[in-house]
Ligand binder design. Structure first.
Ligand code: NAD
Length: 257
């Protein structure tokens, strides 16, 4: 298979987009290292289930992506990686004057600083092999803004800048660095918001999704975790050898507006 012999580390991958990306990489034959800040039996079970389903090695390594040393230790404990997917991310919504300082610091640490640390730790191994892929999960909010999301928008714009810089620093060395910018993706977290939104707006499921949740996504359809994973697999393929330092939107037209 296409990615057989490659080891992928996916940060924040015990749910949502990270898990979807991990699954597509495993399906393509890669060895996968799952990660989150928890260390529960179900985290390790997830790794076992993926390994059984796709016949590849899958392990789970606990590491808190809000802490620089733990980000670097994740790469070391994994034994280095050929593919690095920086996906861990959190959100907080508040007007800037009321934005809690600790939430600002946490979002910048998890959504941006973690990628600096994991990339710095992973690149020497990639350079030694002359092959590597860095895929940063940014957002449509890496290219546009929304009110009340100052920290998230700043971190996501930051990761787009980091992507371009790393693309330049590794150009021509068999290594690429790109950012995927999803619009609204149907993750368990988003799915869980639908009943409340239906109640708040007194609308049925389809109407609240189309008119309220996806009002900025012209397709009026969610992207799926499989589509984000498939985009990551394509970025890891030889077709994308000359794609570097750039962003790929998977947003149903959001950023075309
Ligand atoms: P999610 O909450 O399901 O996943 C976030 C993951 O990050 C989880 O696995 C969580 O355990 C992990 N995580 C959180 N804090 C961590 C920490 N300190 N250390 C290690 N791991 C940590 O959300 P998601 O929607 O799957 O989001 C994944 C990424 O995709 C995020 O970077 C998010 O900004 C981005 N994104 C999501 C959407 C969307 O609509 N869902 C759209 C654009 C971008």
């Amino acid at each position: 298979m296409e990615l057989t012999g490659k080891r992928a580390v996916v940060t924040g991958s015990n749910s949502g987009i990270g898990l979807g990306v991990a699954e597509e990489l495993a399906k393509a034959g890669a060895e996968v290292v799952l990660n989150s800040f928890t260390d529960r039996p179900e985290d390790h079970q997830l790794a076992e289930d993926l390994a059984g389903k796709y016949g590849v090695k899958v392990t789970y390594i606990q590491a808190d992506m809000s802490k620089g040393q733990e980000c670097r230790a994740l790469i070391e404990k994994a034994g280095g990686c050929d593919i690095l997917v920086n996906n861990a991310g959190i959100q907080h919504v508040a007007p800037i004057e009321q934005f809690p300082v600790e939430q600002w610091d946490r979002i910048i640490a998890i959504n941006l600083n973690s990628a600096f640390h994991t990339i710095a730790a992973a690149l020497p191994g990639m350079r030694a092999k002359g092959w590597g892929r860095v895929v940063n999960i940014a957002s449509a909010h890496g290219l546009t803004a929304s009110p009340f999301k100052s920290a998230y928008v700043s971190a996501k714009h930051g990761i787009v800048g980091l992507t371009k810089t790393v693309g330049l620093e590794t150009a021509g060395q068999g290594i690429t660095c790109n950012a995927i910018c999803p619009g609204y993706v149907l993750t368990p977290l988003v799915e869980a918001q639908i009943p409340d939104q239906m109640k708040a707006h007194n609308m049925d499921r389809e109407t609240v999704i189309r008119e309220v949740m996806l009002d900025r996504q012209p397709s009026r359809q969610f992207a799926t975790t499989e589509q984000i994973g498939g985009t990551a697999v394509w970025l890891c393929s030889a077709y994308a050898d000359q794609v570097t330092g750039t962003t790929i939107s998977v947003d149903g037209g959001w950023t075309a507006m």
